[in-house]
Design a protein around this ligand. Sequence first.
Ligand SMILES: Nc1ncnc2c1ncn2[C@@H]1O[C@H](COP(=O)(O)OP(=O)(O)O)[C@@H](O)[C@H]1O
Ligand SMILES: [Mg+2]
Length: 244
Amino acid sequence: MAYKNIVLTDSNPGDYFYDEAMKMLRTNVQFSGKNNKVILLTSSYSGEGKSDICFNLAVNLGKAGKKVLLIDADIRKSVYKTRYDIKEETQGLSQYLSGQVEKIDEVVYKTNYENLYMILSGPYAPNPTEMLGDEQFGQLLKAARQVFEYVIIDTPPLGTVVDAAVIGQYCDGAILVIESGAASYRVCQKVKAQLEKSGCKILGAILNKVNYERRGYRSGKYGRGYGYGGKYYGAKYYGGSEES
Ligand SMILES: Nc1ncnc2c1ncn2[C@@H]1O[C@H](COP(=O)(O)OP(=O)(O)O)[C@@H](O)[C@H]1O
Ligand SMILES: [Mg+2]
Protein backbone atom coordinates (compact mmCIF):
# COMPACT_ATOMS: atom_id res chain seq x y z
CA MET A 1 0.00 0.00 0.00
CA ALA A 2 1.44 3.33 -0.99
CA TYR A 3 0.73 5.56 1.94
CA LYS A 4 2.14 9.04 2.06
CA ASN A 5 4.94 9.68 4.55
CA ILE A 6 5.16 11.93 7.56
CA VAL A 7 8.16 12.56 9.78
CA LEU A 8 7.71 12.84 13.53
CA THR A 9 10.35 14.33 15.80
CA ASP A 10 10.05 13.54 19.48
CA SER A 11 11.82 16.45 21.14
CA ASN A 12 10.67 15.53 24.63
CA PRO A 13 11.16 11.80 25.10
CA GLY A 14 10.52 10.28 28.50
CA ASP A 15 13.38 9.21 30.73
CA TYR A 16 14.57 5.67 31.36
CA PHE A 17 11.85 4.87 33.88
CA TYR A 18 9.05 6.19 31.73
CA ASP A 19 10.46 4.16 28.88
CA GLU A 20 10.52 1.02 30.96
CA ALA A 21 6.93 1.64 32.02
CA MET A 22 5.89 1.98 28.38
CA LYS A 23 7.60 -1.30 27.50
CA MET A 24 5.80 -2.96 30.36
CA LEU A 25 2.52 -1.50 29.12
CA ARG A 26 3.22 -2.86 25.65
CA THR A 27 3.89 -6.32 27.07
CA ASN A 28 0.68 -6.21 29.06
CA VAL A 29 -1.33 -5.19 26.04
CA GLN A 30 0.20 -8.02 24.04
CA PHE A 31 -0.69 -10.53 26.74
CA SER A 32 -4.15 -9.15 27.39
CA GLY A 33 -5.60 -11.48 24.75
CA LYS A 34 -5.24 -11.89 21.03
CA ASN A 35 -8.65 -10.43 20.39
CA ASN A 36 -7.66 -7.08 21.84
CA LYS A 37 -6.57 -5.30 18.70
CA VAL A 38 -8.48 -2.04 18.69
CA ILE A 39 -7.76 -0.25 21.94
CA LEU A 40 -8.68 3.21 23.08
CA LEU A 41 -7.04 5.26 25.79
CA THR A 42 -8.94 7.80 27.78
CA SER A 43 -8.89 9.60 31.12
CA SER A 44 -11.09 11.74 33.31
CA TYR A 45 -9.48 15.05 32.53
CA SER A 46 -7.17 16.52 29.96
CA GLY A 47 -3.48 16.69 30.76
CA GLU A 48 -3.32 13.29 32.45
CA GLY A 49 -0.93 11.99 29.80
CA LYS A 50 -3.09 10.09 27.28
CA SER A 51 -1.50 11.40 24.12
CA ASP A 52 2.05 10.73 25.32
CA ILE A 53 1.14 7.22 26.36
CA CYS A 54 -0.73 6.50 23.12
CA PHE A 55 2.28 7.54 21.11
CA ASN A 56 4.77 5.61 23.21
CA LEU A 57 2.60 2.50 23.33
CA ALA A 58 2.19 2.61 19.55
CA VAL A 59 5.93 3.15 19.01
CA ASN A 60 6.77 0.24 21.31
CA LEU A 61 4.31 -2.13 19.63
CA GLY A 62 5.87 -1.16 16.31
CA LYS A 63 9.36 -1.86 17.62
CA ALA A 64 8.13 -5.28 18.72
CA GLY A 65 7.37 -6.02 15.09
CA LYS A 66 3.64 -5.28 15.16
CA LYS A 67 2.06 -3.23 12.43
CA VAL A 68 0.32 -0.43 14.30
CA LEU A 69 -2.13 2.30 13.43
CA LEU A 70 -2.32 5.23 15.84
CA ILE A 71 -5.51 7.26 15.45
CA ASP A 72 -5.84 10.70 16.95
CA ALA A 73 -9.55 10.89 17.66
CA ASP A 74 -9.19 13.94 19.89
CA ILE A 75 -10.57 16.23 17.22
CA ARG A 76 -11.15 18.87 19.88
CA LYS A 77 -7.59 19.19 21.10
CA SER A 78 -5.12 17.60 18.77
CA VAL A 79 -1.49 17.83 19.80
CA TYR A 80 0.46 15.58 17.45
CA LYS A 81 1.21 18.03 14.65
CA THR A 82 2.86 20.52 16.93
CA ARG A 83 4.21 18.13 19.57
CA TYR A 84 6.01 16.01 16.98
CA ASP A 85 6.72 18.87 14.61
CA ILE A 86 5.00 17.27 11.62
CA LYS A 87 5.77 19.56 8.70
CA GLU A 88 3.94 17.79 5.90
CA GLU A 89 0.55 18.95 4.67
CA THR A 90 -1.84 16.29 5.91
CA GLN A 91 -5.47 15.34 5.88
CA GLY A 92 -7.06 13.70 8.87
CA LEU A 93 -9.95 12.00 10.56
CA SER A 94 -12.32 14.98 10.64
CA GLN A 95 -11.96 15.39 6.89
CA TYR A 96 -12.58 11.72 6.27
CA LEU A 97 -15.61 11.54 8.54
CA SER A 98 -17.14 14.66 7.03
CA GLY A 99 -16.76 13.26 3.53
CA GLN A 100 -14.12 15.75 2.35
CA VAL A 101 -11.73 12.86 1.83
CA GLU A 102 -13.23 9.72 0.38
CA LYS A 103 -10.63 7.03 0.73
CA ILE A 104 -9.30 5.76 4.03
CA ASP A 105 -5.86 5.30 2.50
CA GLU A 106 -5.63 9.02 1.93
CA VAL A 107 -5.71 9.77 5.65
CA VAL A 108 -3.33 6.98 6.70
CA TYR A 109 0.30 8.08 6.85
CA LYS A 110 3.42 6.01 7.18
CA THR A 111 5.69 7.47 9.84
CA ASN A 112 9.45 7.37 10.26
CA TYR A 113 8.96 4.98 13.21
CA GLU A 114 9.21 1.25 12.59
CA ASN A 115 5.82 -0.28 11.68
CA LEU A 116 3.97 2.83 12.85
CA TYR A 117 1.19 4.38 10.79
CA MET A 118 -1.04 7.29 11.80
CA ILE A 119 -4.37 8.92 11.17
CA LEU A 120 -4.13 12.49 12.41
CA SER A 121 -7.17 14.30 13.76
CA GLY A 122 -7.52 16.81 10.95
CA PRO A 123 -8.81 20.33 11.56
CA TYR A 124 -11.24 21.19 14.32
CA ALA A 125 -14.84 20.28 13.58
CA PRO A 126 -17.88 21.58 15.46
CA ASN A 127 -19.53 18.18 15.97
CA PRO A 128 -16.90 15.55 16.85
CA THR A 129 -19.25 13.40 18.94
CA GLU A 130 -21.66 12.85 16.05
CA MET A 131 -18.81 12.28 13.63
CA LEU A 132 -17.19 9.64 15.82
CA GLY A 133 -20.50 7.93 16.57
CA ASP A 134 -21.25 7.60 12.88
CA GLU A 135 -21.21 4.19 11.25
CA GLN A 136 -18.47 5.48 8.96
CA PHE A 137 -16.03 5.51 11.85
CA GLY A 138 -17.00 1.94 12.62
CA GLN A 139 -16.30 1.05 8.99
CA LEU A 140 -12.92 2.72 9.16
CA LEU A 141 -11.95 0.65 12.19
CA LYS A 142 -13.27 -2.49 10.52
CA ALA A 143 -11.04 -1.83 7.53
CA ALA A 144 -8.09 -1.02 9.79
CA ARG A 145 -8.46 -4.39 11.53
CA GLN A 146 -7.75 -6.13 8.24
CA VAL A 147 -4.48 -4.29 7.71
CA PHE A 148 -3.04 -3.60 11.17
CA GLU A 149 -2.22 -5.81 14.11
CA TYR A 150 -3.02 -3.06 16.60
CA VAL A 151 -5.08 0.09 16.40
CA ILE A 152 -4.43 2.54 19.25
CA ILE A 153 -6.95 5.36 19.61
CA ASP A 154 -6.29 8.61 21.42
CA THR A 155 -9.50 10.23 22.67
CA PRO A 156 -10.68 13.30 24.61
CA PRO A 157 -11.17 13.00 28.37
CA LEU A 158 -14.35 11.16 29.26
CA GLY A 159 -14.91 13.30 32.33
CA THR A 160 -15.51 16.23 29.98
CA VAL A 161 -17.04 14.91 26.75
CA VAL A 162 -18.68 11.66 25.81
CA ASP A 163 -16.59 10.95 22.67
CA ALA A 164 -14.50 8.14 24.17
CA ALA A 165 -17.63 6.18 25.14
CA VAL A 166 -19.02 6.69 21.65
CA ILE A 167 -15.78 5.33 20.18
CA GLY A 168 -15.81 2.54 22.75
CA GLN A 169 -18.61 0.71 20.95
CA TYR A 170 -16.16 -0.06 18.13
CA CYS A 171 -13.20 -1.04 20.33
CA ASP A 172 -12.10 -4.31 21.89
CA GLY A 173 -10.90 -2.66 25.05
CA ALA A 174 -9.96 0.54 26.82
CA ILE A 175 -7.07 1.64 28.99
CA LEU A 176 -7.74 4.31 31.56
CA VAL A 177 -5.04 6.87 32.22
CA ILE A 178 -5.12 8.28 35.72
CA GLU A 179 -2.81 11.06 36.75
CA SER A 180 -1.59 10.45 40.25
CA GLY A 181 -3.51 12.77 42.55
CA ALA A 182 -5.59 14.38 39.80
CA ALA A 183 -8.96 12.66 39.45
CA SER A 184 -11.00 11.51 42.42
CA TYR A 185 -11.98 7.91 42.93
CA ARG A 186 -15.58 8.87 42.27
CA VAL A 187 -14.82 10.46 38.91
CA CYS A 188 -12.69 7.47 37.82
CA GLN A 189 -15.53 5.14 38.76
CA LYS A 190 -17.92 7.21 36.70
CA VAL A 191 -15.62 7.14 33.69
CA LYS A 192 -15.18 3.39 34.04
CA ALA A 193 -18.95 2.87 34.24
CA GLN A 194 -19.51 5.03 31.17
CA LEU A 195 -17.07 2.97 29.13
CA GLU A 196 -18.56 -0.28 30.27
CA LYS A 197 -22.00 0.96 29.37
CA SER A 198 -20.82 1.44 25.81
CA GLY A 199 -19.85 -2.23 25.75
CA CYS A 200 -16.14 -1.58 25.92
CA LYS A 201 -14.21 -3.67 28.42
CA ILE A 202 -11.50 -2.07 30.53
CA LEU A 203 -8.18 -3.77 29.99
CA GLY A 204 -6.43 -1.87 32.74
CA ALA A 205 -5.41 1.48 34.09
CA ILE A 206 -2.20 3.43 34.10
CA LEU A 207 -1.30 5.49 37.10
CA ASN A 208 0.69 8.26 35.49
CA LYS A 209 3.03 10.97 36.75
CA VAL A 210 3.84 9.06 39.90
CA ASN A 211 6.46 10.92 41.84
CA TYR A 212 8.69 8.19 43.18
CA GLU A 213 10.74 10.65 45.14
CA ARG A 214 7.90 11.73 47.32
CA ARG A 215 8.72 10.84 50.85
CA GLY A 216 6.81 7.87 52.14
CA TYR A 217 5.60 6.80 48.74
CA ARG A 218 4.88 3.12 48.81
CA SER A 219 5.40 1.77 45.39
CA GLY A 220 4.25 -1.75 46.13
CA LYS A 221 5.10 -4.71 44.02
CA TYR A 222 6.55 -3.13 40.92
CA GLY A 223 8.09 0.19 41.70
CA ARG A 224 11.31 0.15 43.59
CA GLY A 225 11.11 3.71 44.72
CA TYR A 226 13.96 4.51 42.40
CA GLY A 227 15.40 7.95 42.36
CA TYR A 228 13.86 10.07 39.72
CA GLY A 229 16.13 12.15 37.55
CA GLY A 230 14.51 13.26 34.33
CA LYS A 231 11.53 15.38 33.51
CA TYR A 232 9.20 12.45 33.49
CA TYR A 233 7.46 10.94 36.42
CA GLY A 234 6.85 7.25 36.41
CA ALA A 235 3.88 5.51 34.94
CA LYS A 236 2.52 2.21 36.13
CA TYR A 237 0.08 -0.18 34.58
CA TYR A 238 -2.47 -2.13 36.57
CA GLY A 239 -4.66 -4.82 35.19
CA GLY A 240 -4.84 -7.49 32.56
CA SER A 241 -2.30 -10.22 32.83
CA GLU A 242 -0.07 -8.63 35.40
CA GLU A 243 -2.11 -7.88 38.45
CA SER A 244 -5.65 -8.62 39.57
N1 LIG B 1 4.67 10.68 33.19
C1 LIG B 1 4.73 12.00 32.99
N2 LIG B 1 5.52 12.77 33.79
C2 LIG B 1 5.58 14.11 33.62
N3 LIG B 1 4.91 14.79 32.67
C3 LIG B 1 4.11 14.08 31.84
C4 LIG B 1 3.98 12.66 31.97
N4 LIG B 1 3.11 12.24 31.01
C5 LIG B 1 2.73 13.35 30.34
N5 LIG B 1 3.32 14.45 30.83
C6 LIG B 1 3.12 15.84 30.38
O1 LIG B 1 1.79 16.22 30.70
C7 LIG B 1 1.25 17.04 29.68
C8 LIG B 1 -0.05 16.46 29.17
O2 LIG B 1 0.20 15.22 28.51
P1 LIG B 1 -0.74 14.72 27.34
O3 LIG B 1 -0.22 13.39 26.91
O4 LIG B 1 -0.89 15.75 26.28
O5 LIG B 1 -2.11 14.55 28.13
P2 LIG B 1 -3.60 14.33 27.59
O6 LIG B 1 -3.48 13.75 26.21
O7 LIG B 1 -4.20 13.37 28.57
O8 LIG B 1 -4.27 15.66 27.61
C9 LIG B 1 2.31 17.14 28.58
O9 LIG B 1 3.01 18.33 28.72
C10 LIG B 1 3.20 15.96 28.87
O10 LIG B 1 4.51 16.20 28.43
MG1 LIG C 1 -4.32 14.38 24.44
